[in-house]
Each structure stands twice: as C-alpha cells, then as structure tokens.
Design a protein around this ligand. Structure first.
Ligand SMILES: C[S@@+](CC[C@H](N)C(=O)[O-])C[C@H]1O[C@@H](n2cnc3c(N)ncnc32)[C@H](O)[C@@H]1O
Length: 234
C-alpha cells in the first residue's frame, strides 16, 4: 500500500503572482494534484493567480462553492473533502489554493477541519488581501496601542454598527451587495471620511475609488474597505 499523500493549504497571496512565497511556488509546482474553490457564479480567482505555473500533467480538483452565504456550504465542502481524500489515499500530495492567507476566512479551513487527523497537513501562510490593500492604498493601518479589527460586511447591520463603533482601525471584507449597508453605517459613525475602498488589490485591474463615488451595484466580491487609525504618528 502506498503511503498517504500530504495535504497543503497554500496561501497564494492577493492576486499579483509575484506575491507568492518561494515556498508556495515550490509546492505548487511539484505537487501532482491541486484543488481550488470556484464560486457558482463562475468566478475562479485562485486558479487564475497561479495559472502560469500549473502544468498540464497536474490533476485539478475544482471545488464549487455556493455564492450566497444564506446557502449552506457544508455539502459542498463534504464533496470537495471526499475528492481530496481520495487523492491523498492514493499517496498523492494535494495543494489547496487559497487567495490571501489560508487561515483567515479561507475556504481551506473547512477542508482542514474535515481532514485533520486523517492525513498530514502543512499550511503555507500567504499575504492577506488586507495587508496587500494597505500597501496598495499607501496607508499605515495601526500605531502603538491601536486595535485592528477585521470583519465581514455580511454581518447584520446592528452587529456591524456595534463592532465598528469600537474600532481604532478596521478592514471590512466580503462587500459585494453588502456595500451600501456598510457605507451607510460608516457614515452614521463618522468613519466615512477615513474609509478607503479598493477592489482586486494587486491585480492588473485593481481599482481604488473614493468611497462616496462607488456604485453599490457594481461592487465586486473581491473588494474591501480599510479604515486606518487616526493615531498621530510620532
Ligand atoms: C473569503 S475571504 C478570503 C480572505 C483571504 N483568505 C485573505 O487572506 O485575503 C474573501 C474576501 O477577501 C477579500 N479579498 C480577497 N482578495 C482580494 C483582493 N485582491 N482585493 C481586495 N479584496 C480581496 C474580499 O473582501 C473578499 O470578499
């Protein structure tokens, strides 16, 4: 019987392939199997980021996921985990591609939770979209004792308002159709003048738009708002 394969959670960064770590590149180009999330609406960012490094002889496992958070993603992850486990059981190493960092709101975590204990797992950290966005926007996020909060725009308005009312600095991810709700809360809390909007950070089609000029109907899932600290640097 062949030994079991190793599962890699591969952080591939926010979009620019040059932001892949050397380790992620080495593993990506040597594993026999790669898996990556695909959204039901056809968006496949993870594979696109590393498309130039994928060889035709590598086995690919697309992992379809529901686009809406209202739909349970559990059965989708069960199916994906089974397909990955099948390859690992055949002794093949599998790298699951993850935009940004795998352990920060990453789809890999759900595969990790399903397969931990059954297979050897190695996680390769990646540059998160949050960190990349601060770099692209050219703003320091936090100084000294500032507390930085990352939260999804998918939260209910009351919870989001409560959380945002306490932050020194914040990143709000998963905007899409939640943008208008987030923008209105930022306005209510007097944070809108500090808030910065960026989409597709580090990709060739990156856009930085003044937040008051963003069309809520056109906001992509691949966008976030950064509210940097107002602490005065010394
Ligand atoms: C499921 S979370 C995954 C976060 C990812 N693991 C990370 O570390 O960046 C997806 C959210 O990350 C943000 N995101 C990912 N890539 C982005 C990019 N290139 N530019 C702006 N936001 C991005 C968006 O807010 C998106 O809705």
């Amino acid at each position: 019987m062949s030994p079991l394969g190793r599962l890699y959670g591969l952080g591939i960064g926010p979009g620019d392939p040059e932001l892949l770590t050397l380790k992620a590149h080495r593993i990506l180009t040597t594993v026999p199997v790669i898996a990556y999330p695909t959204l039901e609406n056809g968006k496949v960012l993870a594979r696109a980021i590393v498309a130039d490094f994928i060889r035709p002889d590598q086995i690919e496992i697309p992992m379809p996921l529901p686009f809406s958070v209202e739909r349970s993603s559990q059965p989708y992850y069960d199916i994906a985990a089974d397909k990955i486990a099948e390859q690992l059981s055949l002794g093949r190493d599998v790298a699951v591609l993850c935009v940004g960092d795998p352990m920060l709101y990453g789809s890999f975590m759900y595969i990790f939770n399903r397969l931990a204990g059954r297979f050897a797992i190695e996680v390769v950290p990646g540059i998160s979209s949050v960190m990349a966005s601060a770099a692209m926007l050219g703003v320091p996020i936090t100084y000294r004792n500032d507390v930085f909060s990352i939260m999804p725009g998918t939260l209910e308005a009351d919870i989001l308002r409560d959380r945002l009312s306490k932050v020194d600095a914040a990143a709000i991810i998963k905007l899409g159709r939640h943008f208008a709700k987030v923008r209105d809360i930022l306005l209510e809390l007097g944070l809108l003048n500090r808030a910065l909007y960026i989409e597709r950070a580090t990709l060739p089609n990156q856009k930085i738009i003044p937040i008051t000029e963003v069309d809520p109907e056109a906001v992509t899932y691949w966008s976030l708002i950064l509210v940097p600290s107002t602490t005065q640097p010394q």
